[in-house]
Ligand binder design. Structure first.
Ligand SMILES: Nc1ncnc2c1ncn2[C@@H]1O[C@H](COP(=O)(O)OP(=O)(O)OP(=O)(O)O)[C@@H](O)[C@H]1O
Ligand SMILES: [Mg+2]
Length: 538
C-alpha cells in the first residue's frame, strides 16, 4: 500500500519534534525544580537571622510560652513542615509539625510536645529534608555559649507545590507550540505537497492514448516548485507522444493504402495464376488427348493395315481366279486359291479381332462413371466374388493366391469398377510378376479401416518393376510386353477408376527380384459423380 508522502513527512518530522519537545520539557522541569529547591533552602537559611536570637533567648530563660509562640509562628511559614528544638544534651525541648527523631524516623509532634509516629505514610513526596542551626546565647561578657540546636524541616511536596504553576505553564506552552506547529505544518504540506502530488497522480492516472489531446496539466496548488517542473515535463512528454502518434497515424494510413493495393495486386496475380493454371490444365488435357489419339492410331494401325493388306491380297487372288476361270480353271488352281483364301481369312479375322479388342480397351480408358452402378456392399465379399470369377484361370497356374479381409467393411461405392481394378492387378501379377516362373505367391489383404477409408493391398513376390519404369507404369500404352499383345492400358484404366470413380489413391512399391505391392486407399463412401467426360491420365 502506498502512503502519501505528506503524511509520511508529517509523521517523521513530528515524531522527532515530539521527542525533542519531551526531552527539553523534562530538562526544563528538572531545572525549575532545582532552582525552587535552592530558593527554599536559602529562605530556610534566612530563618536563622529572623528566629535564631528569639529561640536562644527563650531557651536561656526557660520561657516555654515564648518558645511555643515562636515555633507556632515559624510553622505558619509555607516552606516549613516542622521544627524541633533540643538542649545541649540532645534532649527534646519542643517540637511542632513533622520532624525526624534521633534514629531518623518520621515523627509527628503532639499538642503536649511529645513525638508520635505519623498516622499515615506520606510517600516519596513526603520525604523531609532539614537544616540544623546551633542555639548560641551571648553572655553579658560577650562570649557566646551553645545551649542547644534547632532544626527546620521541609519536604519535597512543598517544593513541588512551589513549582507546580511553573510546570503547568511549561507543559501548556509545549503542547500549544506542538499543536500549532502541527496544524501549520499540515496546512503547508497539504498545500505545497499533498494536493499538487494528488493532482499529478490523478492526471497521470487518467492519461491514456484516447485523451492525450485534453488540456495540459496545470498545478492548482503549490507555487513554483520542483513539482511544477515535473508537471511541465509531463506536458512535454504528452506533446511528444501526440506528435509521435499523429506521425504514426500518417504512416498507418500509408501502410493501409499500400496494403490495399498489395491485396488488390495479390488478388489480380492469383486470378492470373488461376487462369494460367486452367489454361495449362486444358492444354495438358488436350495434349493428353492428342497423345491418346496418336497412341490409339498407332495401335490400330498395325491390325487395320494388316487387314487392309490381307483384304487387297484376297481381292487380287479373286481377280486372278476370275482370269483363270475364263482361260480354263484347273483343279489345282482352285485348290491353291482356297488354301490362300483360308489363310488370308484367318489373318483377316485375327487382325480385325485385335482391332475390336483394342477398341474395347480404349472405351474403358475413358471410364464411364455415370454408367457404373453405385450400391452398398461388403468390400471383402466383392473381392471374393471377383477372385471366384478369376479362379478358373488361376487354377491352371502353379501360383498360391490368398485373400485376407479383416472384418466386414461396409462401403457405399462402385463394386463393378472396383472388381475391374482387382482383376487387372491380379492379371498383371501373373502376366508380369510371375512371367516364366513356376512358383509365386500373391496376396490380397484388407486391413481394418482407419477412419473413413478402406485399404486394399495387392502384393506379389514376383519379378518386380525396374526403377526406371516405376513412374511410367500408369501411363497409357506403357508396357514391357508390346510384342506379346499387351496394350499397356491396364494400369492406366486402374488409375483412372481409383482416382475418379472411387475417389481414392493408388500407390506402388516395387523392387526388382523381390516383388510388387499396390496399395489402394478409397473412401468408404465414394464421392457422388456428375456427368462429365473424364480425361485419361497422359
Ligand atoms: N505385378 C507386376 N509385376 C511386374 N511388373 C508389372 C506388374 N504390374 C505391372 N507391371 C509392369 O507395368 C507395365 C504396365 O502394366 P499395364 O497393366 O498398364 O500394361 P500391360 O499389363 O503390359 O498391358 P495390358 O494390361 O494393357 O494388357 C507392365 O507392362 C509391366 O512391365
Ligand atoms: Mg496389365
Amino acid at each position: 500500500m502506498t502512503r502519501s508522502i505528506a503524511t509520511r513527512l508529517l509523521r517523521i518530522i513530528f515524531g522527532c519534534y515530539f521527542i525533542v519537545t519531551v526531552v527539553v520539557t523534562v530538562i526544563q522541569l528538572a531545572a525549575e525544580y532545582r532552582h525552587t529547591r535552592t530558593r527554599v533552602e536559602s529562605e530556610i537559611e534566612a530563618m536563622q537571622q529572623t528566629f535564631g536570637p528569639g529561640i536562644a533567648d527563650a531557651m536561656w530563660r526557660f520561657n516555654d510560652d515564648i518558645m511555643r509562640g515562636i515555633l507556632a509562628g515559624m510553622k505558619e511559614l509555607p516552606i516549613v513542615v516542622g521544627i524541633k528544638v533540643v538542649d545541649d544534651q540532645g534532649k527534646l525541648v519542643r517540637a511542632v509539625g513533622t520532624v525526624l527523631d534521633e534514629q531518623g524516623r518520621h515523627m509527628q509532634a503532639q499538642a503536649d510536645g511529645r513525638l508520635a509516629p505519623p498516622l499515615r505514610d506520606d510517600g516519596l513526596f513526603g520525604q523531609v529534608f532539614s537544616r540544623e542551626f546551633p542555639i548560641s546565647y551571648k553572655l553579658e561578657n560577650g562570649t557566646p555559649q551553645d545551649i542547644g540546636k534547632w532544626t527546620v524541616y521541609s519536604n519535597r511536596r512543598i517544593i513541588l507545590s512551589q513549582v507546580e504553576y511553573g510546570f503547568i505553564l511549561i507543559l501548556v506552552n509545549s503542547v500549544i507550540k506542538t499543536l500549532a506547529l502541527w496544524f501549520i505544518f499540515v496546512l503547508v504540506v497539504r498545500h505545497w505537497l499533498g494536493k499538487p502530488l494528488q493532482q499529478l497522480s490523478d492526471y497521470v492516472g487518467n492519461l491514456n492514448i484516447d485523451n492525450l489531446g485534453s488540456k495540459p496539466l496545470k498545478l492548482e496548488h503549490g507555487g513554483n516548485t520542483e513539482l511544477d517542473l515535473l508537471a511541465n515535463k509531463i506536458n512535454e512528454m504528452r506533446e511528444n507522444i501526440l506528435t509521435g502518434l499523429s506521425e504514426r497515424a500518417v504512416l498507418y494510413e500509408e501502410l493501409a493504402v499500400l496494403n490495399e493495393s498489395l491485396e488488390r495486386r495479390v488478388a489480380e496475380r492469383t486470378e492470373a495464376v488461376r487462369h494460367a493454371q486452367d489454361e495449362l490444365a486444358r492444354s495438358e488435357r488436350l495434349a493428353a488427348l492428342g497423345s491418346m489419339v496418336a497412341g490409339i492410331a498407332h495401335e490400330l494401325n498395325t491390325p487395320i493395315g494388316n487387314s487392309l493388306v490381307a483384304a487387297s491380297t484376297l481381292n487380287d487372288k479373286i481377280h486372278a481366279l476370275g482370269q483363270r476361270f475364263e482361260d480354263g480353271l484347273r483343279r489345282s488352281d482352285m485348290q491353291q486359291f482356297l488354301d490362300e483364301a483360308d489363310s488370308i481369312g484367318v489373318l483377316l479375322t485375327r487382325n480385325i479381332e485385335r482391332s475390336a479388342s483394342l477398341v474395347s480397351s480404349f472405351k474403358q480408358v475413358a471410364v464411364d462413371r455415370t454408367s457404373s452402378q453405385r450400391r452398398r456392399f461388403d468390400l471383402g465379399a466383392v473381392i471374393q466374388e471377383n477372385m471366384n470369377t478369376l479362379s478358373p484361370v488361376l487354377r491352371k497356374t502353379p501360383y498360391e493366391v490368398t485373400v485376407e479381409v479383416a472384418t466386414l467393411v461396409a462401403m457405399d461405392s462402385y463394386p463393378g469398377p472396383l472388381g475391374q481394378v482387382v482383376a487387372a492387378l491380379v492379371n498383371n501379377a501373373i502376366m508380369h510378376g510371375f512371367h516364366n516362373r513356376d512358383h509365386g505367391r500373391l496376396s490380397i489383404t484388407v486391413p481394418v479401416p482407419a477412419g473413413d477409408h478402406a485399404e486394399i493391398v495387392i502384393s506379389d513376390d514376383g519379378a518386380g518393376i525396374a526403377s526406371g519404369h516405376l513412374n511410367r507404369i500408369f501411363d497409357p500404352f506403357f508396357t514391357t510386353r508390346m510384342s506379346e499383345g499387351s496394350s499397356g492400358l491396364g494400369l492406366n484404366i486402374v488409375h483412372n477408376i481409383v482416382t475418379t470413380i472411387l475417389g481414392g489413391k493408388i500407390h506402388v512399391d516395387s523392387m526388382p527380384g523381390v516383388g510388387t505391392t499396390f496399395r489402394i486407399t478409397i473412401p468408404l463412401d465414394a464421392p457422388m459423380h456428375h456427368e462429365e467426360p473424364i480425361i485419361p491420365r497422359a
